[in-house]
Write a protein that binds this ligand. Structure first.
Ligand code: CU
Length: 119
């Protein structure tokens, strides 16, 4: 019973956040959920040789920040942009001002791939 109540509360919270995000044009907080795309200021965590979330959806004008949570260096490198080597704990931010899909990878480990979808 308590569990159901908690789930209902969480779902309600999610719906409220969703509306909040839509009504405040870009001021919405990002969710900590790293498995699904979110709208708003973007956070990508680099962990265990993967970008999380691998696909992130943001709005035009939003800034995406990559944070390296691994002990080895990684990069976030796209077409015409490059974070440079990020060591553990280092961050890189990029603002996306044009709609589109931006694929990127880690130059050091090219099997690490990610994408930013800008709506
Ligand atoms: Cu890497």
């Amino acid at each position: 019973m308590n569990k159901l109540g908690l789930i209902a509360a969480l779902l309600l919270n999610g719906v409220i956040l969703l509306f909040w995000g839509c009504s405040t044009s870009g001021q919405g907080q990002t969710s900590q959920d790293t498995t699904t795309a979110v709208l708003g200021q973007g956070q990508v965590i680099i962990k265990e040789f993967a970008f999380s979330p691998a696909q992130l959806t943001v709005r035009v004008g939003d800034t995406v920040t990559w944070t390296n949570g691994d002990s080895v260096s990684h990069t976030a490198t796209g077409d015409g942009w490059n974070s440079g080597n990020l060591s553990n704990g280092q961050k890189y931010s990029k603002r996306f001002d044009t709609t589109g899909t931006y694929d990127y990878l880690c130059q050091i480990h090219p099997a690490m791939k990610g994408g930013i979808i800008v709506l």
